[in-house]
Design a protein around this ligand. Structure first.
Ligand code: SF4
Ligand code: SF4
Length: 433
């Protein structure tokens, strides 16, 4: 039994976790939807390239789009049926991508699974992870195989079981219900990365998971203090190992690779069950949802169907968010679809969110004190409002922002700091600065 206490990083804040709505609800398999719309851009990297056409019949687990480059990901059908269209549709963050729309015939015809693996060497595991279309399922969606091939020498794998976003319990339920499978996936990841040192960081609001993983001798469980944003890669690495990832540096520069528990589970399924990634567990929560749940959903499931399956929305529902409330985008419509990275769907009521508008900054400094990247969020906000994005970068440090939302959460003036950050990043990217 190896349990160590995590180190405390500077900055961050305590946020009520509100996980009680779904923490004790087992994962339920959602019935397959009448139609799915599967995004070709559900990962960081080049969009996937369709290998089917409108009118084609497809099966569950059939390759429908191939990776568009080295940093890309294969995409598999989550239902059997007919490809109705390949067309542009909206993503939860308001941008648009191409989607493969499939009418589900509800026969659940299964494609041949991925071929049986002859051996489980580091190379063949990597190849399998890539073939199965596995991406980081904690939210970022970076192709997992690419992350497992860092240019720098690394000596440890860190598994992210923090799940620090309020409301979300999908990782918690997975760790609780699929402990052995996740452990197998973790050891496969370690083998692919060729490291012996393996940590799993779990926030201490999940003591049963800390205990369950401490039964394995080949992993060190890190008992993490509950502090947002513990699940951020840089802060998790520091908390687990004491290593600092410098500004502008990658986890691999500190000798570490981080993968999420759901990713480890997908690796288990791909290697041991020959199953590509076409479904995942997500949390549907918030007081605005009649029956909050943890659901196993097929990739491309319409969000409005998920809401209906969970009993619908309360009359006083106020806001819909894709993912967790700290980092997830607010959605104007539920006419959207799940992806490999959809960890949650929140419907809040007006008493759960502060709907009052921003007031002038009072220079209290709380945002800077809480910023885990030691940035100056009030300056980012000030200069972004003045359309001076170079100064937002120079004095606020916006390029190093991890979009955690802590600054906005602690701001007593309810400044729209996150919007200022997003705008600054967009403008700086457009200007190439
Ligand atoms: S400035 Fe960025 S990194 Fe700092 S608290 Fe705000 S969102 Fe988080
Ligand atoms: S927390 Fe809000 S009010 Fe205080 S300095 Fe930052 S932006 Fe201004």
């Amino acid at each position: 039994m190896k349990i160590t206490k995590g180190k405390r990083f500077s900055g961050g804040t305590h946020i009520p976790d509100r996980k009680e709505l779904t923490a004790d609800i087992p994962i339920e398999i959602m019935p397959s939807p009448d139609i799915v719309a599967i995004s070709l851009s559900q990962h960081i990297g080049k969009p996937s390239v369709p290998v089917v056409n409108a009118g084609d019949m497809v099966s569950v687990g059939q390759l429908i789009a191939a990776e568009g480059g080295f940093v890309g990901a294969n995409v598999y059908s989550s239902v059997s049926g007919k490809v109705a269209a390949i067309e542009e549709r909206y993503n939860p963050n308001g941008t648009k991508s191409n989607y493969i729309v499939i009418e589900n015939d509800k026969n659940d015809w299964s494609a041949q699974p991925l071929p049986e693996m002859e051996d489980k060497t580091a190379g063949s595991i990597l190849q399998r992870i890539r073939l199965a279309g596995i991406v980081g399922m904690g939210g970022a969606g970076f192709p997992a195989a690419v992350k497992l091939m860092p240019k720098q020498a690394v000596d440890c794998l860190i598994i992210n079981g923090a799940e620090c976003e309020p409301y979300l319990t999908c990782d918690y339920r997975l760790m609780k219900e699929k402990t052995d499978e996740i452990h197998t996936g973790i050891m496969l990841l370690a083998k692919a990365l060729k490291v012996n040192k393996v940590y799993i960081g779990i926030e201490r609001n999940k003591p049963d998971c800390i205990k369950a993983f401490s039964e394995y001798d080949d992993i060190t469980v890190v008992d993490l203090k509950k502090r947002y944003p513990m699940g951020s890669e840089k802060h998790l690495i520091y908390s687990c190992t004491g290593r600092k990832v410098g500004l502008g540096k990658l986890p691999a520069d500190a000798g570490a690779v981080v993968q999420n528990v759901a990713t480890a589970y997908a690796v288990y399924e791909a290697v041991e069950l020959n199953k590509p990634l076409y479904e995942r567990v997500m949390t549907v929560s918030g007081k605005g949802i009649i029956h909050p749940k943890n659901l196993l959903v097929r990739n491309g499931t319409p969000l409005d169907m998920i809401i209906t399956y969970c009993g619908g929305m309360r009359d006083d529902s106020a806001m819909m968010i894709a993912g967790g409330p700290m980092m997830g985008p607010t959605m104007l419509s539920s006419n959207l679809y799940t992806t490999k990275t959809t960890s949650g769907l929140l419907v809040t009521t007006s008493d759960e969110v502060d709907m009052s508008g921003p007031t002038p900054c009072i220079n209290c400094g709380r945002c800077a004190e809480a910023c885990p990247m030691r940035l100056q969020p009030m300056l980012i906000d000030f200069y972004a409002q003045a359309n001076d994005f170079e100064k937002a970068a120079k004095y606020g440090g916006v390029k190093n922002c991890i979009n955690c939302g802590t600054c906005a959460y602690v701001c007593p003036a309810k400044r729209s700091i996150v919007q200022s950050i997003m705008l600054s990043k967009k403008k700086l990217a457009e200007g190439g600065k």
